[in-house]
Design a protein around this ligand. Sequence first.
Ligand code: S5P
Length: 221
Amino acid sequence: MERKRSNLCVAVDVTENVELLRVANLVGPNICMLKTHADVVRDYDFEALRAIAAKHDFLLFEDRKLADVPHVVLLQHATWADVVSVHIVSGEASVKALSNIGKGAFLVAEMSTYTDGGTTQKEALRIGLENGEYVSGFICQGRFSDGDGFVYCAAGVSADKKFDGLGQVYTHPQELIVDRGIDVIIVGRSITHAKDVVDAARYYKEMGWLAYLKRCKDLLN
Ligand code: S5P
């Protein structure tokens, strides 16, 4: 994040590999991380994507949302990714099993479409603290712990939309970062479906980073 002065992750939800690589090249200079759903991409070529990630210096986050028993999540795991998302619905055993083969994980503690009022956050934090070498942070809608070294990431982010008509709920980047203590914003269609993808990525990168610096400054005062 510091190296690129960016706390922007772009969610590239497309079905063609050539389109994924095209968008990755366009947004690459402005992002710290790119999020994929590789299972929806036809002819997915992780080596080509890894080369673009190396060129533009960003991490690959495969949003697999692993949620099964240890034996199965070990088969499903995306070893090419720097970080994967993991649900905690099957308990700590699956996270522990993954920690033996994975590089990093974001535990899903809350979603943009649904919150259970904090129960899952509490359990995610407990599992995160127990498995701190593997768990890098959380997917959530707001920070729920301080001083633990975890990265708090939020999706369902847009500066101009509130809903997508299918159940997605959007929150403004400044509210998430300044008011709710989020570190990394995950922006999808507000960038990938913009008229000018490069301009949109630059816009969210600047807004996100300024909001992050403001929060850091507020913390020092
Ligand atoms: O709470 C969440 C967590 C995630 S990872 N809500 C989400 O929407 N996501 C993901 O972020 C979702 O899987 C999709 O890839 C992206 C949101 O895309 P957008 O086009 O709605 O911004």
